[in-house]
Write a protein that binds this ligand. Sequence first.
Ligand code: FDM
Ligand code: MG
Length: 225
Amino acid sequence: MSTPSQPPTSRGLFIVLEGLDRSGKSTQCELLIQRLQAQGRPVKGWKFPDRTTSTGILIDRYLRKEVEIGGEDGRAIHLLFSANRWECSTAIEALLASGTSVVCDRYAFSGLAFSLAKGLDASYLVPPDKGLPLPDLTLFLSLSTEQTKLRGGFGDERYELVEFQAIVKGKFEWVGEEVERVHGAGKWKEINAGGTVEEVKEAMGRLIDELASREGGGVKAKLWT
Ligand code: FDM
Ligand code: MG
């Protein structure tokens, strides 16, 4: 007699939140994690740059302006941010395969938008991230430059300048179009982050529930391929 077969574990959902500083990403990541948990899905939060890994420790020092990495030329630091993702990619892939969903605060799209804003070319920037786990959905929390200014409270880290953030915002628009061109229209959704915490949470929740009802589990695919 054969043993009853286990139902196959459905793959976890890989959800990324992107947006400018002060857009409420971290709060909304937390709320999304709570929502998925309440639905009985195992879920883990992640954050890029992951400042806890070997490359992340160096990136953290770079962002806090304690060290220079390549100076004005942004190529070395771009590769380091990408390496930081690769360093974590096996662990993320294992979580997803085991049925745990991952909610990630920033990913390769920040890498692309920020480095594009420094004037580097996409043909240089995209290849290092090619083959990373592809998110099932990326939510872009969009906030006008004016609203960003009103929220204020930028810290002292590198890139935390209103003028630079405005350039990054424009680059994110291009990145979103590129995601849709390469991976299809459903993979990138813009959310108006100008509402209250509750409103943004509800708008995101609707999209996630829709994704979950469509996919059940996530779909294994690779970024930019
Ligand atoms: N950033 C983040 C990059 O420039 N490239 C990347 O690949 C990633 C993931 O690092 F200004 C930038 C974006 C932000 C800074 O991010 C640190 P947090 O979310 O403030 O830790
Ligand atoms: Mg920051």
